[in-house]
Design a protein around this ligand. Structure first.
Ligand SMILES: [Zn+2]
Length: 84
């Protein structure tokens, strides 16, 4: 068993074009655009980028599919963001 990975740092900043989120494995960071319209979309993008960090070699197609499934379950169970 390796060391438990550190939780990625989440940075909210305007991203170029229509990019909603970015993940950087080297820096262990997730970046989210502040203009993501809905909380549900924000949850999806957060799970998506966390998935990239967790399984860096996964294809975009897989990351997109799995992260949607996970975000849908979390959302349906009432998981929501609180102020940190
Ligand atoms: Zn992606």
């Amino acid at each position: 068993m390796g060391k438990k990975p550190k939780v990625p740092k989440v940075i909210v900043r305007p991203l170029p074009g229509d990019i909603a989120g970015l993940a950087c494995k080297k820096d262990n960071t997730i970046e989210l655009d502040p203009n993501i319209i809905t909380e549900r979309e924000r949850l999806r993008v957060t799970v998506h980028e966390a998935y990239h960090i967790a399984e860096w070699k996964a294809t975009e197609k897989k990351v997109d599919r799995i992260s949607r499934q996970i975000a849908d379950v979390l959302w349906s169970q009432g998981y929501r963001r609180t102020s940190l």
